[in-house]
Design a protein around this ligand. Structure first.
Ligand code: ZN
Length: 184
């Protein structure tokens, strides 16, 4: 849970550090506004992937399930700047499947906290492995990082790709290629 009072205090200090007049009209409500914003964009800290992934259904067959283009917004823990993009998830069930929307909820759970993309990708894959116990899972995340495009190396439009595979996706190159073809 975020401490909104502390965030408000910190934003006031940050504005002062920026050489701003915190009492001017445009900034008057900024500390409270930013605190409310952080409460929302960090709400995944109080959320558990197991809650979304525990309601399972019996799989009719064990064919690969793919959910692609799951949009997400996250916050880079190194710069407190947004990174955002798409996650693609596939798994091969072992008798159990979840509702498609639950995969998107799982992405959101891990995106709505201070993050790094590599860790988020692993967390999504591990949560699916632990809760759904499929034969395998693969997660691919492509994102644009504002801390890279707005400052520093300034490469607008450049995307960072991360991919994690578990179970059958680690061993079966053909299966992995099918996934990559389908998310392209
Ligand atoms: Zn960053």
């Amino acid at each position: 849970m975020v401490n909104k009072e502390k965030i408000e205090e910190a934003i006031r200090l940050l504005l002062e550090g920026m050489g701003e007049d915190v009492s001017r009209e445009g900034l008057k409500d900024t500390p409270a506004r930013v605190a409310r914003m952080y409460e929302e964009i960090l709400s995944g800290m109080d959320d558990f992937a197991s809650e979304h992934l525990s309601k399972t259904f019996t799989a009719e067959n064990n064919e690969m399930v793919i959910e692609k283009d799951i949009l997400f917004y996250s916050t880079c823990e190194h710069h407190l700047m947004p990174f955002y993009g798409k996650a693609h998830i596939a798994y091969v069930p072992d008798g159990k499947v979840v509702g498609i929307s639950k995969l998107a909820r799982t992405v959101e759970t891990f995106a709505r906290r201070l993050q790094i993309q590599e860790k988020m990708t692993v967390q999504i894959a591990d949560a699916i492995m632990e809760n759904l116990k499929p034969k395998g899972v693969i997660v691919m995340v492509e994102a644009e990082h504002m801390c890279m495009t707005m400052r520093g190396v300034k490469k607008p439009g450049s995307r960072t790709m991360t991919m994690i595979s578990r179970g059958v996706f680690e061993e079966d190159e053909k299966l992995k290629r099918t996934f990559l073809d389908l998310v392209k």
